[in-house]
Design a protein around this ligand. Structure first.
Ligand code: TYD
Length: 202
C-alpha cells in the first residue's frame, strides 16, 4: 500500500509520518518511510541543487520530475513489490501545488510529467495536512527551522500552494483526506489513525 503526506511547510507532516511509521511497525507491518525530493542517491543530490541554488521555474519542475522518476523506480516500486507499506513525505501532488499553484506553471503539463515519472503508480491514500501559512510559519520558527529557497518565497506563495492542494482534494476526494493540521499533534494523529482503521490498514 502506498500512502503519501502532503501539505505546506510547517504543517507537521514529518512528525505525523514518524508517528505513523512507529504505529504500523508496532502492529507488525513492514514499513518504508521515504521523502521527496529525495529517497535515492540521485534524488538526494537533486534535492541539494533544488533547495540551495537559483534554478528557473521550468528547470525546477523538471528536476522534481526527474527526482520522482528515480524515486519511483529505485525505491517505491521495489518496496511495494516486497509487500511494504510505503509512506512518502510529499509526492506528485507537491509539484501540482507548488509549481502549478505556487509558480503558475501549466497544470496539464505537470500532470503529464507526473504520469510519465510515476509510470502508473498512484498513491492509494493521501493525507493533506491543511494549515494556514501564517500558522505553519510560526510552527517552523518554534522548531528553529531555517527556510530554504522554496520556503522563503513568502506567505502569498504558500497561500496559492494551499489553495491548489485543496482543489486537488476536492477533485480527488476518494484518495485525498483533508486533515486540519492547526490542532495539536495528538488530534491530527487520531484522525489519521481513524482513517486508516476505516480502510482496514490499522
Ligand atoms: P523539505 O525541506 O522537505 O520541506 P518539507 O519539510 O516542508 O517537506 O523541502 C521540500 C521543498 O520542496 C518544500 O518547500 C516543497 C518543495 N517541493 C516542490 O516545490 N515541488 C515538489 O514536487 C516537491 C516534491 C517538493
Amino acid at each position: 500500500m502506498f500512502i503519501t503526506f502532503e501539505g505546506i511547510d510547517g504543517s507537521g507532516k514529518s512528525t505525523q509520518l514518524q508517528l505513523l511509521a512507529e504505529t504500523l511497525r508496532e502492529a507488525g507491518k513492514k514499513v518504508l518511510l521515504t521523502r521527496e525530493p529525495g529517497g535515492s542517491a540521485l534524488a538526494e543530490n537533486l534535492r541539494k541543487v533544488l533547495l540551495e541554488s537559483n534554478v528557473s521555474a521550468q528547470a525546477e519542475l523538471l528536476l522534481f520530475g526527474a527526482a520522482r522518476a528515480q524515486h519511483v523506480a529505485e525505491v517505491i516500486k521495489p518496496a511495494l513489490a516486497d509487500g511494504a507499506i510505503v509512506l512518502s513525505d510529499r509526492f506528485a501532488d507537491s509539484s501540482l501545488a507548488y509549481q502549478g499553484g505556487g509558480l503558475n506553471l501549466p497544470t496539464d503539463f505537470i500532470q503529464a510529467m507526473n504520469q510519465f515519472a510515476c509510470a502508473d503508480l498512484q498513491p492509494e491514500l493521501t493525507f493533506l495536512l491543511d494549515i494556514d501559512p501564517l500558522a505553519g510559519n510560526k510552527r517552523q520558527q518554534l522548531n528553529h527551522q531555517k527556510p530554504d529557497t522554496i520556503e522563503s518565497r513568502g506567505l502569498g506563495f504558500l497561500e496559492r500552494v494551499r489553495q491548489a492542494y485543496l482543489q486537488i482534494a476536492l477533485r480527488d476526494s476518494q484518495r485525498v483526506i483533508i486533515i486540519d493540521a492547526s490542532r495539536p499533534a495528538e488530534s491530527v494523529q487520531c484522525d489519521i489513525h481513524n482513517a486508516l482503521q476505516q480502510r482496514g490498514v490499522l
